[in-house]
Ligand binder design. Structure first.
Ligand SMILES: Nc1ncnc2c1ncn2[C@@H]1O[C@H](COP(=O)(O)OP(=O)(O)OP(=O)(O)O)[C@@H](O)[C@H]1O
Length: 234
């Protein structure tokens, strides 16, 4: 069971940003996506999640094409998406954020307790407004909200950007556990990608809306390799 993107073109209105992206995200693996600012990484994630229309190409999951599906139906197919920004309801409590996320999904209410146990940091703050959470706590809540829907694939857009190292470690290890349990994960990596690259399968480098290079993620940990790959794209 894998998610497959083929020759994907997409953008905003008439402005085309992706010019034919290929990517495969297998179950049970973390697939890393990296590239310079403005390369189109978030645009790719938004398109897979159904927040932007497919202009051309394909997104296939479980043998079905997802093109033309709404964001909600893609979520119901089992693809969870945690956007980079505005990913929680600030004026709701932690528990109400999880309940809101559960509304559209059968059986999701029961997963709230499970998620609160998996993330004790949220269990302790269940009655607290999301606006009062730290950056790391908020990001944990955003991931937990996606998990309440019971996804098989999780798309994380720079989930550890700007977080304290302790939260980076926690989130990396939670996500690693999810992948070990069989979930497919697409992780858009940020400036300090070593921790996630060390535990990822394939890394896709994107530049100017196109695939630039694809390699085993661990090879990017060789001295100087990451800089080399990212510099080449300029
Ligand atoms: N809502 C929008 N309307 C028009 N253009 C947009 C919109 N959002 C992003 N873009 C443009 O699309 C291009 C790709 O942006 P995108 O956010 O996908 O890049 P990215 O690789 O995720 O960058 P970053 O690493 O900075 O997050 C950029 O040129 C950006 O200005």
């Amino acid at each position: 069971m894998q998610l497959e993107v083929k020759a994907l073109k997409s953008g905003y209105g008439k402005v085309q940003i992706l010019h034919g992206i290929d990517l495969i995200a297998p179950a049970g693996e973390i697939t890393a996506v990296l590239g310079p600012n403005g390369a189109g990484k978030s645009t790719l994630m938004k398109t897979i999640a159904g927040h932007l229309p497919v202009m051309a190409g394909e997104i296939r999951y479980r043998g079905n094409s997802l093109a033309g599906h709404t964001a909600l139906s893609i979520c119901k197919e089992g693809i969870g998406y945690v956007p980079q920004e505005r990913n929680v309801f600030a004026e709701l409590t932690v528990r109400d954020n999880l309940s809101a996320s559960a509304l559209a999904f059968e059986g999701a209410g029961e997963r709230i307790g499970e998620v609160l146990r998996r993330f004790p940091i949220l269990g302790e703050r269940a009655g607290q407004l999301a606006s009062t959470l730290s950056g790391g706590e908020r990001q944990t809540l955003a991931i937990a909200m996606a998990l309440v829907a019971g996804p098989d694939v999780l798309i994380l857009d720079e989930p550890t950007a700007g977080l304290a190292p302790i939260f980076v470690d926690r989130i990396v290890s939670w996500v690693r556990e999810l992948a070990q349990d069989g979930m497919g994960v697409i992780w858009v990596v940020e400036q300090n990608p070593e921790k996630i690259l060390a535990t990822s399968g394939t890394a896709y480098v994107v530049d100017a809306g196109r695939n630039s290079e694809t390699m085993a993620a661990k090879t990017l940990l060789e001295p100087g390799r990451l800089e080399e790959v990212l510099l080449q794209v300029h």
